[in-house]
Design a protein around this ligand. Structure first.
Ligand code: SME
Length: 163
């Protein structure tokens, strides 16, 4: 049976998560495997709510060009909108959305998916593409499944007693 890259990535993430001990190691693995397998995912990164100031998203692991937006108030950007609404946000053409904060001039479309730990939003995964209208229902479904896996990983690692 042929497997889609989405399914293969989910399998790899689950396998890695079984033995990973920190969320930062899972973040690094995830951004690399996702960006390498999906060529139209030109920038892949995590933004997590700052533990000391939950009004700000702090950049975590990423794959792609460096961004100036290392800390984003939850009231700003597409990233802030995903936290504020608690929903996946897809922007087909970033030039048409005044909320958009530019990372690269080449970016044309973006998807941001919240990561929940229980009911609480802990952060998000953010993808930029150089292609207009790059993200459809399959991308949304795939990234929401990734976000569930990340949320469960965070919850399980919090519950584990320290070694
Ligand atoms: N475009 C995002 C900012 C993050 S960069 O794309 C990496 C936004 O509008 O919130």
């Amino acid at each position: 049976m042929l497997r889609s890259p989405f399914c293969e990535i989910i399998v790899e993430l689950k396998r890695f998560a079984e033995s990973a001990t920190t969320f930062s190691s899972l973040q690094k693995f995830a951004v690399d495997v996702i960006a390498q397998r999906l060529p139209y995912y030109d920038w892949v990164g995590f933004y997590m709510l700052d533990a000391d100031d939950s009004s700000v998203l702090a950049l975590g692991a990423y794959h792609g060009v460096p961004t100036d937006h290392v800390r984003i108030p939850v009231t700003e950007g597409i990233c802030g909108a995903a936290v504020a609404t608690g929903e996946t946000v897809i922007i087909d053409d970033v030039t048409s959305d005044p909320r958009y904060l530019a990372c690269s001039l080449e970016t044309r479309s973006e998807i941001v998916v919240p990561i929940r730990v229980g009911q609480e939003i802990a952060g998000e995964i953010d993808i930029d593409s150089h292609t207009l209208d790059a993200f459809g229902p399959n991308d949304r479904h795939f990234l929401e499944e990734c976000a569930t896996l990340f949320g469960e990983f965070i919850q399980e690692t919090r519950q584990k007693p320290s070694p």
